[in-house]
Design a protein around this ligand. Structure first.
Ligand SMILES: Cc1cc2nc3c(=O)[nH]c(=O)nc-3n(C[C@H](O)[C@H](O)[C@H](O)COP(=O)(O)OP(=O)(O)OC[C@H]3O[C@@H](n4cnc5c(N)ncnc54)[C@H](O)[C@@H]3O)c2cc1C
Length: 414
């Protein structure tokens, strides 16, 4: 790759990036390359060795976002989102599913830091810190479609199907959540449920902290995803699941409050996909400088060089937009929402093109599981529909830019 713009990074950012790079080069990449069948182990609990998360713990990145008063590792606030993006890119360069595992911990920790009442922080942050295998998950999506929530389609008919009712000092939750990253493994879930069906979801959705061992909560399956397989994406069912009343996070306006999570989340996720692109480029650059066809190494064929240049250019363009968007979020710039959605769309589509070039330049080897290029292609492809679809994200860009004329993109116009 071209040289990093180290001059624009803080000392903390350089340190974090470098220690993540060493962790990935020393522990993650060797594991992935020599255990390429592991992601297909049909016992999801056995897929990732404990030592990988312990390695993340050792460099302090499993519990990022936990406040210092709970012995967590807090990044400098003024540049926090940018630093998260750098770390996320580095980890995903090793494995995108592993990055997802950690990313959920960071995003939910930020949410708890910002919104959880003190007694819940005091109860759950120490548990998260104490166990290197402790994971968090964020449960929004239901079988009836997530795009309505992202847009949002704010009418009572589109409210969450999962419902919570306060009864005898407990919130009783009934419903189902699907496609949840870390859903199969997490020890603690943030769950969104309808608490007022007479209003739209922005006024009638609450969020709760639900420990995994709560009676009435069943983790019904680990989804066998096309990519990012180490994230152990899962499905949850709530049947009269009784959560203590004090495990309420935000009452009725939870979706609005979650902007704190969504903004940083989109940047961190876009940076994660960038890491997949960087891995595609590094592997391909190595390949075309060693593999010979037509009497010369591939890079000496102009058609190959053009594709390689295209990969590098797209990667740098995605990186620049992520930098701009993360800076906007860190500074609370008025354009931060539109830039976050642009970063999501651009990172999804450009890295997909980068992965397609990688597949092409590896010829038949690109299609072979043991070569690892098809894995990167799958990891890039699955991102198109994570954190909202690209089309819904595009609609959000236009809705934000032209609020008076763009309309709602859901339901009748009037
Ligand atoms: C790997 C993975 C990990 C995920 N992790 C999580 C997680 O941790 N937590 C969580 O809560 N969710 C998670 N999700 C869910 C994800 O956010 C949703 O899948 C995504 O937002 C799309 O929602 P949907 O699948 O319900 O599609 P739908 O909303 O059913 O959309 C189907 C199609 O219709 C289009 N569409 C929908 N509405 C409109 C409209 N009004 N106008 C035009 N087109 C429209 C969409 O763009 C899409 O093409 C994850 C998904 C994946 C694939």
């Amino acid at each position: 790759m071209i040289h990093a713009d180290d001059g624009s990074l803080t000392q903390e950012q350089r340190l974090m990036r470098d220690s993540c790079r060493s962790y990935v080069d020393d522990a993650v990449t060797p594991f992935i390359r020599s255990n390429w069948k592991q992601e297909w182990d049909m016992s999801p609990g056995d897929r990732l060795p404990r030592s990988i998360l312990e390695g993340a713990e050792a460099i302090g990145i499993r519990t990022l976002g936990v406040p210092e008063e709970f012995s967590g590792f807090e990044l400098e606030r003024e540049t926090e989102v940018r630093t998260f993006a750098l770390i996320s890119e580095e980890v995903a360069r090793g494995d995108s599913g592993l990055a997802d595992k950690l990313v959920q911990n960071w995003k939910v920790s930020i949410l708890l830091r910002e919104f959880a009442p003190k007694h819940l922080q005091e109860k759950w942050f120490p548990k998260l810190l104490a166990d290197p295998q402790f994971l968090l998950a964020h449960c929004l999506t239901e079988p009836r479609g997530a795009s309505d929530r992202w847009l949002p389609y704010n009418v009572p008919e589109a409210a969450m199907h999962t419902k919570a009712v306060l009864k005898d000092g407990h919130w009783v939750i009934n419903g189902r959540k699907q496609f949840i990253s870390n859903g199969y493994d997490a020890s603690l879930y943030v769950v969104y449920a309808n608490t007022d069906s007479s209003v739209g979801m922005l006024q009638g959705t609450s969020s709760f902290l639900v420990p995994r061992d709560t009676p009435g909560l069943t983790v019904t399956k680990c989804n066998e995803t096309m990519g990012c397989r180490f994230m152990n994406n899962g499905e949850l069912v709530f049947e009269d699941c009784r959560v203590p009343a004090d495990h309420l996070l935000v009452q009725n306006t939870a979706l609005g409050s979650a902007g704190q999570y969504f903004r940083a989340g989109k940047i961190i996720q876009a940076a994660k996909n960038l890491g997949v692109g960087v891995a595609c480029f590094e592997r391909t650059a190595d390949y075309v400088q060693n593999y010979v066809q037509g009497g010369r190494i591939l890079i000496k064929h102009q058609a190959v060089a053009l594709r390689l240049a295209d990969m590098a250019t797209r990667i740098e363009a995605v990186r620049s937009l992520i930098e701009r968007a993360s800076k906007a979020v860190d500074e609370g710039h008025p354009d931060m929402d539109v830039l976050c959605n642009m970063a999501k769309v651009y990172a999804s589509e450009e890295i997909m093109k980068v992965a397609t070039h990688a597949l092409e330049l590896h010829g038949g080897n690109g299609a072979m599981l043991e070569f690892g290029i098809e894995k990167l292609f799958r990891d890039a492809a699955i991102f198109l529909h994570m954190d909202a679809t690209v089309d819904v994200s595009r609609m959000k860009i236009i809705k934000t830019m032209f609020p008076a004329t763009a309309g709602k993109y859901a339901g009748p116009e009037n």
